[in-house]
Design a protein around this ligand. Structure first.
Ligand code: PGA
Length: 251
C-alpha cells in the first residue's frame, strides 16, 4: 500500500516572517490530515528555521535541489550531508525549472538522485514534458528518457526507495492542470516502465502529480489509481489551501 505524500515546493518564495506564519498555519491544522504524509521543501537558507519549528511534528521537510558532489570546490552548491545536518528528509532533483534555467541534463539529474540517496535523503525525481512535446505526441518518449537516465544509474529497486513527481511543464504555475485522466495515463506509463525492470519496485514507487494542483482539483487527481500524492507549488504557500489538499487524500 502506497501512502499518499503531499509535498510543498515553495520555490524562491518567502521571508523569515512569512515562513514563520506559514509554518504556524500548517501546524495548527495538520492534525486533521490522516491519510497523507506532509512535507515542505524550503529554500536552503530557511532550512534551519523550518527544522526548528517542525522538529517533533508530523510534518517533514526537504530542499529543492542538492549537489551531485559530496564536498569540495563547488561554489554555491549544497551537499546532501549538509541537508541532513538540517534534518532534511527529502531533496527535489531535476525540477523542470532546474532543467530549463540551469541546464541540468538527465545525467546531472541522475547523479544528483544517486548522491542524495547514498547520503540518506529521499530524492523526489521530477519528470515531465513541455507543451510542444505533448502537442507533438512525444510525451511518453520524453518521460521515458528522463526516467531511464535514473533507472539505468541506480536500478529499479533504488529508484522505488525515492519518489517520482510527474510534472507536465505546461501545467506548472499556469493554472492549467492536467486532467485526472491525462495525469493517470502518464503515471501508469511510468509505473509500468519501472515494473518492467522489477515488478515489486513498480508497485511500491510513489508517483506524485505536480502542476497547478490546488484545493479545488486535488481530490479528483488523488483519486486516480496511480497518483500517490502531489508536489504543490503555488498552493503550498497558503496554509489553508495546502492543508485542504492534504485532507483530500482518501484513506
Ligand atoms: P505549481 O508548481 O503547483 O505552482 O504549478 C508545481 C511545481 O513546480 O512543483
Amino acid at each position: 500500500m502506497r501512502r499518499t505524500l503531499i509535498a510543498g515546493n515553495w520555490k524562491m518564495n518567502g521571508s523569515r516572517d512569512s515562513i514563520a506564519a506559514l509554518l504556524d498555519g500548517i501546524l495548527s491544522g495538520v492534525d486533521e490530515v490522516s491519510a497523507a504524509d506532509v512535507a515542505v521543501c524550503a529554500p536552503f537558507v530557511y532550512l534551519s528555521q523550518v527544522a526548528e519549528r517542525l522538529q517533533g511534528s508530523v510534518v517533514t521537510w526537504g530542499a529543492q535541489d542538492v549537489s551531485s558532489h559530496a564536498n569540495g570546490a563547488f561554489t554555491g552548491e549544497i551537499s546532501a550531508d549538509m541537508l541532513l545536518e538540517f534534518g532534511c528528509r527529502y531533496a527535489i532533483v531535476g525540477h523542470s525549472e532546474r532543467r530549463q534555467y540551469h541546464g541540468e541534463t538527465d545525467t546531472v539529474v541522475a547523479d544528483k538522485f544517486a548522491a542524495a540517496q547514498v547520503a540518506g535523503l529521499i530524492p523526489i525525481l521530477c519528470l515531465g514534458e513541455q507543451l510542444e512535446e505533448r502537442e507533438s505526441g512525444v510525451t511518453e518518449q520524453v518521460v521515458a528518457r528522463q526516467l531511464d537516465a535514473v533507472l539505468d544509474r541506480v536500478g529499479a529497486e533504488a529508484l522505488a526507495q525515492g519518489v517520482i513527481a510527474y510534472e507536465p511543464v505546461w501545467a506548472i504555475g499556469t493554472g492549467k492542470t492536467a486532467s485526472p485522466e491525462q495525469a493517470q495515463e502518464v503515471h501508469a506509463f511510468i509505473r509500468a516502465r519501472v515494473a518492467a525492470k522489477a515488478a515489486a519496485a513498480g508497485e511500491a514507487v510513489r508517483i506524485l502529480y505536480g502542476g497547478s494542483m490546488n484545493a479545488g482539483n486535488a481530490a479528483q487527481l488523488l483519486a486516480m489509481a496511480d497518483i500517490d500524492g502531489g508536489l504543490i507549488g503555488g498552493a503550498s504557500l497558503k496554509a489553508d489551501d495546502f492543508l485542504t489538499i492534504a485532507r483530500s487524500a482518501a484513506a
